[in-house]
Design a protein around this ligand. Structure first.
Ligand code: PLP
Length: 475
């Protein structure tokens, strides 16, 4: 029979090998090409050639897998990955994943993992305070998408208390959600997976700073009421995925109050500002939200799969998710405890919160403030450098998310895509494109706490080369 534990000597040897490989990658990330070759047949062939008979030596397998990870991944931990909100994972978060994997605590029931469950609840209260929630409740989720779905389900439950047992089929009027046209598509997906359908989401136009237009919102709500539909949820985005725009939270909160809507703030990325004394002001009004989505795996640089759902409503998660069972362990010596499985979408669950807890213990609030502030500064510096080198910044965000173009190429609809492709192909920086006001623009975001001025200069250099190439091609 296979020894699933391996021997103590083998483990020590393999730990050492893995550490050596990982440290080499972590230390040398910046010397790698950011982008991998994208060759599916090669990967399929490679996989089909590997033994599944248990015959290769563990050391060879580790060698092979870490090598493939190095060659065939977009290196989001690279300081010149100016991409979507994917960070470099800070070291304590990495340790947290290893510790969690070894102890493998089961956080479904409080009594199975009391320390882990209490740690997560403690973090939720602590992070909640940063958002101005005096007594925050909530749950850790795998990502913003799960947190947004949690919000939608809570909003439904709050508005239609019978829905837990009787479902949406029991509603006499079709429920409607409002979000801006710049909101994240996980809202539409949540509408679909909750059975409402994507048509239940009204997308509200934005102003020239890409913030939801409150007049259009009110018109839409009134129209829906008149048409005998039932508005129940308003989603404000605090830091949109495309341009880093922040919807007018206080005004939207007022509208939500007037019409009795659940007010959800999707701060998956922008929520990081809550941990910074200067940037926090941009989230003003978020303290009035009925729920908040905040991804620690974005601006807080912890490994993927770490999000928080926060709410001031003490019993809404329980009302939404509690299912009675006979087989789940209950005993907590008669103390009132929150079983995570009865307060969230997930059942069996890992100790997600340890990644954030260790990072906070290592660096403290000040450490987070510093790194968030530095990334915002790097964003400002990049805006400056772009302007000086003939690029025009076209979005308006206090966060380090920058959409830009070169107006001399305004008659070339393929300009942004071609520059982006040239930069990404070269492999020393990674950027993306995003449509702003109907035109494709280049998008660069500072997502890495190690990104410094020389990385910005590297990007500016890559952009200049790509622009010249495009210019030459057009002549
Ligand atoms: C990233 C993002 C999401 C989705 O979060 P995941 O962690 O990718 O599931 C939702 N909303 C906004 C505003 C985002 O930026």
């Amino acid at each position: 029979m296979a020894d699933f534990d391996l021997s103590s000597d083998q483990r020590t040897e393999l730990y050492r090998l893995v550490l050596e490989k990982l440290e080499h990658y972590y230390y040398n990330t910046s010397s790698l090409t950011v982008t991998p070759p994208l060759n599916k047949p090669d990967l399929e062939r490679h996989l089909s050639e590997q033994s599944l008979e248990g015959t290769d030596s563990p050391a060879d397998i580790i060698e092979e897998v870490t090598g493939m990870m190095t060659r065939h991944t977009v290196h989001t931990p690279h300081p010149r990955y100016f991409g979507l909100y994917n960070p470099r994972a800070s070291f304590p978060g990495i340790l947290a994943d290893l510790i969690t994997a070894v102890f493998n605590p089961q956080l479904a029931a409080w009594s199975h993992a009391p320390y882990a469950a209490e740690t997560e609840q403690y973090l939720i209260r602590q992070i909640g305070t940063r958002f101005g929630l005096e007594d925050a409740h909530g749950t850790f989720a795998t990502g913003g998408a799960e947190a947004n779905q949690t919000a939608l389900l809570c909003a439904l439950q709050h508005t239609f208390p019978g829905i837990a047992d009787h479902g949406i089929a029991s509603l006499d009027r079709p429920p409607v959600i409002y979000a801006s046209e710049e909101a994240h598509h996980s809202i539409a997906k949540a509408a679909r997976t909750s059975g409402l359908g994507t048509k239940a989401v009204r997308t509200i136009p934005v102003d020239r700073h890409h913030r939801m237009l409150t007049c259009h919102l009110e018109d839409a709500i009134r129209e829906d009421i008149q048409q005998n539909r039932r508005p129940f949820m308003l989603v404000a985005t605090a830091g949109t995925t495309g341009t880093g725009a922040i919807d007018p939270l206080p005004a939207l909160h007022n509208i939500a109050e007037t019409y009795g809507l659940w007010f959800h703030a999707d701060a998956a990325y922008g929520g990081g500002a809550a941990l910074h004394s200067q940037l926090r002001k941009h989230l003003e009004g978020i303290e009035d939200a009925d729920s908040i989505t905040f991804d620690a795996h974005k601006w807080l640089s912890v490994p993927m799969g770490t999000s928080l759902f926060l709410t001031p409503h003490p019993s809404i998660l329980k009302e939404t998710f509690q299912i009675r069972t006979d087989y789940m362990p209950k005993d907590a010596d008669g103390m009132p405890v929150r079983d995570p499985f009865a307060h969230s979408i997930q059942w069996s669950r890992r100790f997600i919160g340890l990644r954030l807890y260790l990072a906070l213990r290592f660096f403290g609030w000040d450490g987070f403030e510093e790194t968030i502030g530095r990334q915002a500064e790097m964003g400002d510096l990049l805006r400056e450098k772009l302007s000086r080198t003939g690029w025009k910044v076209v979005n308006h965000s206090p966060f380090p998310v920058i959409c830009f173009t070169d107006e001399q190429f305004s008659d070339d609809p393929e300009f942004a895509a071609s520059v982006c492709q040239a930069v990404v192909r070269k492999g020393s920086s990674w950027i993306s494109i995003y449509p702003v006001d109907g035109s494709q623009t280049l998008r660069a975001c500072i997502t890495n706490y190690n990104t410094g001025e020389k990385d910005l200069d590297g990007l500016i250099g890559d952009l200049s080369v790509a622009r010249k190439k495009r210019s030459a091609m057009k002549q």
